[in-house]
Design a protein around this ligand. Sequence first.
Ligand code: C5P
Length: 227
Amino acid sequence: ELRGVVALDGPSGTGKSSAARRLAASLGARYLDTGAMYRAVTLAVLRAGVDPTDAEGVAAVARAAGLAQGDDPEHSTTTLAGVDVGADIRGPEVTCAVSPVSAVPSVRELLVAHQRAIIAAALEQAGGIVVEGRDIGTVVVPDAALKVYLTADAEARAQRRAKQDSDSGRAATVDATLADVRRRDAYDSTRAVSPLRPAEDAVELDTTSLDLAGTLAALLELVERRG
Ligand code: C5P
């Protein structure tokens, strides 16, 4: 059983989500997908017809969106005003617009507060939680028991993303996905507020040549040693 927080950060396509979910399930811990929260706000912004680069408009939508994020590793749910948006937030429109939305400081403030409340409740009720994102070890839970920063070569990440997309019935080529992965990495790592970067005390794990089972085994070993 996990007591405390495991913070899992890194760019997309490193196998972070699948590994985080499996890790939480095998530890009997809760699971929080913070990327889903930024995606849900982005969906609300697009549905409201607000320009994703209009910081004030985006902030207003975020405050009114009625976002809720579940923390069950087996049935992770994302809802807007009570309606499940789990599938819609994975579409290309949202993926395209999520970086500017998540660069808006008041959106981050709102979601970080929300994330900390979910984490506090999980620590009280379940004893532990695996939290996945870009700024978990640096901003959301800087005192996490274990911080892992996942990396992988851009080509490997693009291949994983393209496969995920085609498995879920969304058209995707590796080239287009590679371009998208590089664009989002650049945007997320250079934004002014909470840029994507490893915490100083994070353990770096390169998943380029690891499959899901290998990544999970490496994470479980780290939890055993440091968690
Ligand atoms: O993890 P996922 O690819 O679903 O995240 C989507 C986007 O949400 C990222 O590209 C990033 O812009 C943003 N994000 C963030 N901070 C987090 C999690 C996600 O800025 N903690």
